[in-house]
Design a protein around this ligand. Structure first.
Ligand code: G1P
Ligand code: ZN
Length: 543
């Protein structure tokens, strides 16, 4: 098969430091756009010759076409083997596992995560490195650099490969192995959790609803929850991956998983509800009538992880992103292990996991995971919850209440202001940044500021520093507000305001969340002058 070199042009590529390239689908479909990014990646990692890669995606529109492009380009770049998920399907955690399991040199994951899919929606590609985690900053910088100077890419003339059957084929000298998307991942889950105990739980009449949101976890949920663990057929809803996610927004939070939330708040509620996002790395957990915030879920999983076989000997440490609530820090303190606070984004956990400094990590944005892969893992979190429920034989809300009674409650909410004019958002942040040093001791909405700073992170493993990671203000009485601009939005700026109020140990754990947060919220609005700066204080999404 003849390798050919095709002329291409520089693209407005991935921003350095972000994990992957996320754009409108039509942009990816422009001639040579995807090709430029893939070639840039091969160039940045020192070429493809003799290497092995994993390829798969969340099943959104353009997934299969993009895989065919990558397969031809891999052959053109001298790659020796590519392992692809059947029908092009691989969840992000399953891809991370396959990279590690096969000692591959990396993987291409096709997804725009929880963003809607379709011709007029979003598409994305990210490269994960050989540890199975998102490309580190040094590598994303190299990829970015390469996209801007690119003038040709390498590919081959070859027909599309049939991805619908598990088989081993060849593209010239390159081997293409099409594997069952679920089985290796399922085998990993069986080593971590007590499947017998969970099977007994379902056999006893325990009920569940897992909403796959027409995204990638449908096949995983059906195989593991229904087929392997014996949950009744119909436990998995919206279980068939669709190219447009059924026109839904596959983001597992109370807003976008409203169908599930409504059932869980009704008389017909099963014992537990759960959902995952487009590419299967996020999770939502909700008990009968009781939503569990991701920050609480991280803390509860950490406090109870020893009940699952893989974590029976304890945790090395716990990491959370800075805007995530302090609930997991309290667990770490009680367990006598280290708590780490990292910038937003999963890649910062990778070094800590590789260095065995932490076992469990999580973010307020519905991402939880452990050392078993180098990505957050939606179904893993669901299975750990099930394992804990099977052992403790209590309801979700009993476990949550017990946790709050032991540790106190960290009331928590995130306000998102979407599609804000870039200048206005930057001005508001700049203005507040400029006043940080003067805030301490001042009062806003009746609350006195105890400290105010801009978060910067010194990676304890590689010594690198990441600056400008969010403005954080703590108040008297254990309240906190964090201001941050999103790095994943595709239109204008998204301002995120994270609010937190600790009840104190033995404090009132039965308040309504927004009521408990009212003072911190008003103080945040006042100190940032948000209404004047961005023109509104009504968020688009409250989680
Ligand atoms: C968002 C979340 C962050 C998560 C990222 C990727 O990023 O807030 O926790 O790691 O998506 O899933 P943001 O848009 O806030 O930059
Ligand atoms: Zn995701």
């Amino acid at each position: 098969m003849k390798i050919k070199t095709v002329k291409t042009t520089a693209i407005e590529g991935q921003m350095p430091g972000t994990s992957g390239l996320r754009k409108k689908t039509r942009v990816f479909m422009e001639p040579n756009y995807l090709e430029n990014f893939i070639q840039a990646t091969f160039d940045a990692i020192g070429g493809g010759t003799g290497k092995t890669f994993i390829v798969g995606g969340d099943g959104r529109f353009f997934n299969k076409d993009a895989i065919q492009v990558i397969l031809r380009m891999a052959a053109g770049n001298g790659v020796s083997k590519v392992i692809v998920g059947q029908d092009g399907i691989l969840s992000t955690p399953a891809a991370s596992h396959l990279i590690r399991l096969n000692k591959a040199d990396g993987g291409f994951i096709l997804s725009a995560s929880h963003n809607p899919g379709g011709l007029d929606e979003d598409f994305g590609v990210k490269f994960n490195a050989e540890n199975g985690g998102p490309a580190p900053e040094g590598l994303t910088a190299k990829i970015f650099e390469a996209t801007t100077t690119m003038n040709a890419y390498k590919t081959v003339d070859a027909d599309d490969i049939d991805l619908s059957k598990t088989s081993t084929l060849s593209h010239g000298d390159m081997t293409v192995q099409i594997v069952n998307s679920v089985s290796d991942y399922q085998a990993l889950m069986e080593t971590l959790f007590d499947f017998d105990a969970i099977r007994a739980l379902f056999a006893s009449g325990f009920t569940m609803r897992f909403d796959a949101m027409h995204a990638v976890t449908g096949p995983y949920g059906t195989a593991i929850l229904e087929d392997a663990l014996g949950a009744p057929a119909g436990t998995v809803t919206n279980g068939v991956p669709l190219e447009d996610f059924g026109k839904g927004h596959p983001d597992p939070n109370p807003i976008w998983a409203k169908e599930l939330m409504d059932v869980m708040m009704s008389d017909a509620s099963p014992d537990i509800g759960a959902a995952s996002d487009g590419d299967g790395d996020r999770n939502m957990i909700v008990g009968r009538g009781a939503y569990v915030t991701p920050s609480d879920s991280l803390a509860i999983l950490a406090a109870n992880a020893h009940l699952a076989p893989a974590y029976a000997s304890g945790l090395a440490g716990i990491a959370r992103s800075m805007p995530t609530s302090a609930a997991s820090d309290r667990v770490a303190a009680k367990l006598g292990i280290q708590a780490y606070e990292t910038p937003t984004g999963w890649k910062f956990f990778g070094n800590l996991l590789d260095a065995n400094k932490v076992t469990i990590c999580g973010e307020e944005s519905a991402g939880t995971g452990s050392s078993h892969v180098r990505e957050k893992d939606g179904l893993w979190a669901v299975l750990l919850w099930l394992n804990i429920l099977a052992v403790r034989k209590q309801s979700v809300s009993e476990i949550v209440k017990d946790h709050w009674e032991t540790f106190g409650r960290d009331y928590y909410s995130r306000f998102d202001f979407e599609d804000v004019a870039l200048d206005a958002a930057n001005d508001m942040m700049e203005n507040l940044r400029g006043r940080l040093d003067d805030l301490t001791g001042k009062s806003f909405a009746g609350l006195t500021v105890v400290s105010a700073d801009e978060f910067s992170y010194l990676d304890p493993v590689d010594g690198s520093t990441s600056n400008n990671q969010g403005l954080r203000i703590t108040f008297e009485g254990d309240g906190r507000a964090v201001f941050r601009l999103s790095g994943t939005g595709t239109q204008g700026a998204t301002v995120r305001l994270y609010l937190e109020q600790y009840s104190g140990q033995g404090g009132d754990i039965n308040q309504d969340t927004q009521t408990a947060l009212q003072q911190v919220r008003d103080a945040a609005f006042e100190m940032s002058d948000m209404k004047a700066m961005i023109g509104r204080i009504e968020p688009d999404v409250i989680t």
